[in-house]
Ligand binder design. Sequence first.
Ligand SMILES: Cc1ncc(COP(=O)(O)O)c(C=O)c1O
Length: 381
Amino acid sequence: MIQSVNPVPAFDIKQQYSTLEAEVSAVVLEILASGRYIGGPVVEGFEKQFAAYHGVTECVACNSGTDALFLSLRALNIGPGDEVITTTFTFIATAEVISAVGAKPIFVDIDTTFNLDLQQVAAAITPKTKAIIPVHLFGQPVDMTALMAIAQSHNLAVIEDCAQSTGATWGDQKVGSIGHIGCFSFYPTKNLGGCGDGGAITTNDPEIASKLRVLRDHGSKVRYIHEEIGVNSRLDAIQAAILEIKLRYLDNWNGQRRAIAAYYHQFLSQVPGIIAPEELAGGVGVWNQYTIRISGEGRNGATAKYRDSVRQQLQERGVSSMVYYPLPLHLQPIYQNLGYQPGQLPVAEQICHEVISLPMFPELTQEQQDQVIYALKDCLG
Ligand SMILES: Cc1ncc(COP(=O)(O)O)c(C=O)c1O
């Protein structure tokens, strides 16, 4: 067994904190002393900054990316009897919220960019369809020009799931500012990560924004007067203050992620047995994950067993990795009632057997990147 002296983690959020420790500690102590812990001017200040960063008029902060999606569906009055089209290759939260509002998720296959196959999106539209949720997976933007054209021709709402793509652009627009609503997660390992849970919703529609503000606070505009069944999904002032600091560094960190992705690409894209991730020409991705596919030896691509054996060999060489995601959503136990069959969305089903997400975080050193590349080449002979 080859054991590396310095293991390379899949992600490392402690390093980012150590570089910002003085700035972050100062604002946290200030807020602790202020006694204003939930909502308030610090949260409003962050909302303004986040809206300005995205070139939109409205930002509503909330408790998580999941809540951002849930509240968005609620604000659009989507519920029982409605269908919402989304990708089968994403984190469960994207679809879970569709079910949580009582609507039906309609899962569509992906293409080799890991994102929605837009032809299949168009084919999945029915009279019951109310919205599409494109996910900019791993930080790579969906072709929003084509997606918006499909949505507009059927008068459908578009809720962008930007949980993994804060700062990515399509054309000259930030993701989250192109659809009707953008949903963001500040989970600590995201490109803009807080020190706990957090989320935000962006829009240019003031009516939607004011509905969201009511829904996130128990359906109440005036204290103790409740107009709707809402939820408690407010952002803490400490999180907002930390996120406001980190937002100033985001473009820089995303640039570092892009440089790492370019370096990986340079050395991995020609290696037999590896399919390197693609980037569409119209967008600039932000590489929340750098996810390769292991093509395997057979004509039908790799098996999960073979992929797992490659990961095991990487681990033995000190390189940690992740599998996002091992099972597409249409085949998840919770969605058996929807009646999807194995083989129905074949691209995602196969890709789930092949993906390995390599170490990716802005502070990853050149030496660590070389170690990952060397280990992979070594494993694949
Ligand atoms: C694609 C996607 N959507 C939604 C979410 C949900 O975000 P959160 O964890 O902040 O609820 C995540 C986060 O893991 C995600 O990756």
